[in-house]
Design a protein around this ligand. Structure first.
Ligand SMILES: [Zn+2]
Length: 457
């Protein structure tokens, strides 16, 4: 009899907890959809400040603006965490053309890849060799590449439903193309933009020279997908055409910048920290609305939603707007270093850095026991169609926090349109849908709420 009573009590407590969770999550979604703040914040970040390349005036303005918003939210603590960041500047607009016969030219849209060196002042004109990815260099060999511009034309694979997989499959030519091509004596590289559709936007992104000595570094630029198609077709007709490009980007010395941080202190376990964040820097061609203005305002909105619904966290909940994800990851690295130096105990970190599109679920970087616990929450997200819970990556900025005692997670929005915008002039506020952005913030707040309630195993 006593045993039965105990079972009965356990079951009723569980049902009660489940009901409370449902109620709290419902309130979070209702508040986000009727009284959200994230969209207005994003409007300001995008349209009043604009692209926020690390070390730029706009990046500093974004630090000041988001700190001001956090200051106004009645949090327990708001502060700036200093971090030195690289400062790369694009200079004047790049220019390029295909010369199919002497004097017969077609202009094509290009942009310098982030971190690239400039061309000589008057530009570079040379013959072109096309390869499908880095592996293609070996096939051609030094003899055919020496003195030429290498055109990396490996397209993103359209058959993956998860477009990030296609991005991962092609991004090496952008990141390391210049290192590898220089080894074969190339004078420059032109990389097909990482975009699944055909259009006229060149997409920038980080590239590296590794330990290539300064004098052997060759300029690297991205070409729009339409431009890449034209260049590829022209080369098929006549492999002896020339390509011209000019860019005057430059790497300047590091400058001071900041991560922007705010927190609500936990009432029961103040030493257990939950982080939610995105990255405040962006590329400079668009206004960085999807990448990653959306993730920043959603993360700020998480704390606001919890407060607005009257929720008092047991654990400390911290929003972190990381600086310099795009071309250095210095903010994420510094945050993790300070956390370990101060012996802070982080149990959960969630990043939104995959665009402000309709949320589908989350991916989790954690052990099996933790994942089992997380899966038991899935049904709470079903009414909102946000119940794709998978094991996988989380986010670049929270990556450095990884250890055996933390669960890392990433918001997984629908990815079909992300690469239409990513790192290009087409990443603007007009392409963010208010409801989709709000649903993402509500989903993140709900997950943070559950981790706050139950901790980790
Ligand atoms: Zn990003």
């Amino acid at each position: 009899m006593r045993y039965l009573l105990l079972v009965f009590l356990i079951i009723t407590t569980q049902i009660e907890a489940q009901n409370n969770d449902q109620k709290q999550i419902n309130e979070i979604y209702n508040t986000a959809l009727t009284n959200g703040s994230g969209y207005a914040w994003l409007n300001y970040l995008s349209n009043q400040i604009g692209g926020r390349l690390s070390g730029s005036l706009q990046a500093q303005k974004a630090v000041d603006y988001t700190k001001k918003i956090l200051d106004s939210m009645g949090l327990d603590r708001v502060w700036l965490q200093p971090v030195r960041v690289p400062k790369w500047v694009r200079g004047t607009p790049e220019f390029a053309y295909i010369e199919s016969d002497p004097g017969l030219t077609n202009n094509v849209p290009i942009c310098a890849l982030g971190g690239s060196v400039a061309t000589p002042l008057g530009g570079i004109k040379a013959g072109v060799v096309e390869v499908q990815g880095i592996e293609g260099l070996k096939v051609l060999g030094k003899e055919k590449i020496q003195g030429k511009i290498v055109f990396f034309n490996k397209a993103m694979d359209p058959t993956n439903i998860d477009t990030y997989m296609s991005y991962s499959g092609s991004v090496d030519q952008r990141y390391a193309g210049a290192i590898e091509a220089a080894k074969y004596g190339a004078v420059g590289v032109i990389v097909r933009s990482l975009n699944l559709r055909l259009d006229d936007f060149p997409h920038t992104g980080a590239m590296s020279y590794g330990d290539t000595p300064m004098e052997s570094r060759i300029p690297a630029a991205a070409i729009s997908t339409n431009g890449a198609e034209l260049l590829g077709a022209t080369l098929k007709l006549n492999p002896d055409i020339n390509f011209f490009f000019r860019q005057n980007c430059k790497m300047l010395p590091d400058v001071d910048s900041y991560n922007v941080i705010g927190e609500i202190k936990g009432s029961t376990y103040p030493n257990e920290i939950l982080v939610v964040g995105g990255h405040l820097d962006s590329w400079d061609l668009g206004d960085g609305s999807h990448d990653d203005g959306a993730g920043c305002v959603q993360s700020m909105e998480v704390l606001r939603l919890l407060k607005a619904t009257g929720y008092k966290p047991k654990r400390t909940i911290r929003v972190v707007l990381f600086m310099n994800e795009e071309n250095g990851l210095r903010g994420g690295t510094e945050y993790a270093e300070q956390a370990s130096k101060n012996n802070e105990k982080h149990i959960f970190a969630l990043e939104s850095d995959a665009g402000g599109f309709t949320p589908r679920g989350f991916s989790f970087d954690c052990n099996q026991a933790n994942f089992k616990q997380i899966e038991s929450w899935k049904s709470l997200f079903e009414p909102y169609l946000v119940h794709l819970f998978v094991k996988g990556g989380s986010g670049a900025d929270i990556g450095p926090l990884k250890n055996d005692n933390i669960v890392l997670a990433g918001l997984r929005p629908d990815s079909q349109r992300y690469f239409d915008h990513h790192h290009s002039a087409n990443d603007t506020f007009a392409h963010v849908n208010k409801r989709e952005l709000e649903l993402g913030a509500a989903s993140m707040a709900s997950l943070i709420y559950l981790f706050d309630q139950y901790g980790i195993k």
